[in-house]
Design a protein around this ligand. Sequence first.
Ligand code: ADP
Length: 719
Amino acid sequence: MASSPRPTLHRILSRLLAPGRGEVRAMEDALHLAGVLRFVGIFLATIVLPALMLGWIGIRSIRGSELDLQADARRQGEVAARAFADSLDRRFVAFEQELTTRLEAGRFGFDSPRELHPDLVVSLGFDADLQLDAPFRAEEPLRTLSGGPLDMRAWRAADRIAREDGDPQRAEAALLQAEGLLARADEQARARFDRGRLLLLGEHAAQGEALLRQLALQHGALRDPWGFRYADLVALKLGERAMAQDPDQGGVAMRALVDQLLAEPWTVGFGGEGAIARRALSLAEAHQDADWVSSARGRVASRSAMLYWTEQLLPEFDPAAAWTDLEGIRPGTARWRTGSRALWAATRWEDGLYAHAFNLESLTARLATEARVSMPADSPIKLQLLGPDDPEPAELVERRSLQPQLAGWSVAVTLRDPAALRAEQGRQRVLRFGIVALAVGTIALGFTTSIRMIGRELDVARMKADFAASVSHELRSPITQIRLKGESLMLGLADTEEEQQAAYHAIVRESERLSRLVDNVLDFAAIERGAKRYTLRPGELGESVRRALVSMESSLEFKEMSLEVIIPDDLPDVHHDADAVVQCVINLVSNAAKYSADGETVRIVARAAEGELRGKVQPLVEVSVIDNGIGIAAHDLRQIFEPFFRSRDSLARRRKGTGIGLTITQYIMEAHGGDIQVTSKPGKGSTFTLRFPLEPPPEDAASGRAPARPSARRKPTGA
Ligand code: ADP
């Protein structure tokens, strides 16, 4: 073995294997093992690794895609929540700017806060002592008839007289008497007002007017039990009277009363100013210009609503705390505070504190609706407004606080339809798994196919190598025999007649064998080249079969084998190439002899028959060669017609051969438009049957474009 300059895999292996095996065996085994190892290496590198990598990438991409969907929803959620919070913030910032602008212009409050924001219900000013002073005053002590159930029987009697009798004179007298009896100023005021009212209706109207004016001057700030100030009541009464005398003049008086009421602060806790203003407005309406009326009505309504909300919300506003909050920050900047019913924005300007309240319920209801409709119906997420007491929703994707304005409130992003998202993830997973499995499967399939192809090529290569070895061996042994026998004859070593005859027979037999071999090899080469032609002529097939058997006689005789030949005389003529048919029969008979024990009988049976050939049922002539030899294993049956195929069965291996005899035979039969069939059973024997059609085959099949390679597989029929 030539030594290689660098140690190769098989050299290393052969060293390892050498002890106890002998150098040559070790080298052979090592070569084999090295091949296996190389194969395993290639397999790992080209299949296992790429398949694993592909699988890994695939699985990662599947997980990635699932995360993608979630990340997508999260990203959308973040954007939506931020957009929502930003837009809210922008609106509040715009509101703060408006506050600053107004403060700079010296307009501290809003007559109608709703114009600025639909949920802004209150706009209040506090003085330097943090007392409410615009547009309302803090509730003043109730300076009215506060004595509970009044001990003023006289006044009550007078009141009844005034209402039931309708006699003003008597009522007035009664009231006057009552006034005298009443001790407290406010009680007296009440009786005086009623008296003045009564006087106003009767003949002493001027006296009544004077009485009322005096009452307004003295006790105008006092309130009656319903919260009305006497000054306002008197103004209303006098206005009404003026109206009865001269409507235009009365209208002017009413307008003056409304303007005056709107110009001064109202008092929290009393609705009197609002009620008087509305009454005066409705009386003045017909006599004043429409613009003023509508503007005044709006202002009165707004002031009344604001008063209502101030009464509702003020208890939760702590001016002192708000003032502390605002310490040190730029005047005009708002500080936000979320109460239970209101969202307060407090600002400071010079020494004043200004507080603006949003109705929290309507504001958050509006925001909740805005959040709900902010995402289109086909979006995977939805927005939801969460209050301080709301539980965290399931499938929460993102939550953004609405600080600093709405402390405790947040906007939450949730999955609109988690089941649909999961279903989509599942679909993608299946799809991607499918793609990965397909890719891995394709690699595996490609690999196994190539391995099989390589295996077949290797088999063919091995068989060709075997063929070359067999041919040389097959050539050598008859040549040696012929030479030996020739030499012994030439040198007179064969003494007896018998010995000489035996030598002649041997020479003839071996020459026949030699020529059969050479015929087969040459024919096979011609077939492989596509150069083999056959000339089909009608003739007696039995004749050709007999010719073949004659040429086999000495070989069979040598093995002491007998032939049993049945060829009917009336066989129909068949188109055939006689030499080719002889070659076929020789191949089959010599195989029968070769793969049977010495002394056995080989039967040759020809007969006319009918059978299916090339998809057509037709009359045939069959020639069967039947032996009782070693038989053929089922797995070999599929391959015996392939070029160079030789069974690996040890019994068959003991016989020399080239593996092309059956290939040539099959090729010849196809050229005749016929076929060869085999049935066999290991240990029992084989039957090969040549089937010829009576109809001559088309020209091409016999002489023209024969297949470059003998067609490989002929489906055998099991024995
Ligand atoms: P070979 O020269 O090897 O005989 P063939 O092409 O004639 O080549 O036959 C191919 C193989 O088929 C043989 O190697 C043998 O294994 C098997 N074979 C052919 N004829 C017979 C038979 N009559 N009995 C048993 N085996 C047979």
